[in-house]
Design a protein around this ligand. Structure first.
Ligand SMILES: [Zn+2]
Length: 168
């Protein structure tokens, strides 16, 4: 029994030696990088102040209200564009024309409504970003988006230069 056991021990020994040799290769291990100023390492990205964010929120809420009103108007137009007193005044010929433009008008209104709804979504997302404290940063370069740009386009997620770059 003892004789038999001797062999595996030998190989095991050889194995460990080999392993050790391999392990020993990277001799000059750098003694861990110089201690970084951990406290300063990850400064929170400086965004807009609370006051500024509330200012943007107001702009967004204003736009939101405006769009909702427009949407209601569009829906009203879509709902009652079936009839119309003005038909009576039209000659048969222009009546035909009126119906044509009416359909086109309707289609235009549908498109407009769809666009406004999308816009509403963008504004809602912007409000969410304000709530999460990530509002105002460019999605591409991470820099703060110009205040003037945000005031004009409060749901913007790209700075001007990145927007131009993407547009190409
Ligand atoms: Zn950018």
């Amino acid at each position: 029994m003892a004789k038999k056991a001797a062999k595996p021990i030998k190989t095991a020994k050889a194995k460990t030696v080999k392993k050790a040799a391999v392990k020993a290769k990277p001799v000059s291990r750098p003694v861990k990088a110089a201690p970084k100023p951990a406290a300063k390492a990850a400064p929170a990205k400086k965004g807009y102040t609370k006051t500024e964010l509330e200012h943007f929120r107001e702009i967004i809420l204003d736009k939101r209200k405006q769009i909702i009103e427009e949407l209601e108007l569009i829906h009203e137009t879509l709902n009652d564009s079936t009839g119309g007193d003005y038909f009576e005044e039209s000659s048969p010929y222009s009546l035909h024309m009126e119906q044509g433009t009416d359909t086109m008008e309707k289609e235009k209104n549908y498109l407009l409504a769809a666009r406004q709804r999308k816009f509403l979504q963008y504004l809602d997302d912007a409000i969410k970003r304000i709530d999460r404290g990530v509002y105002g940063f460019c999605q591409d370069c991470g820099k703060l988006i110009d205040k003037a740009r945000l005031e004009a386009v409060p749901h913007a997620q790209l700075c001007i230069s990145c927007k131009l770059k993407r547009g190409q």
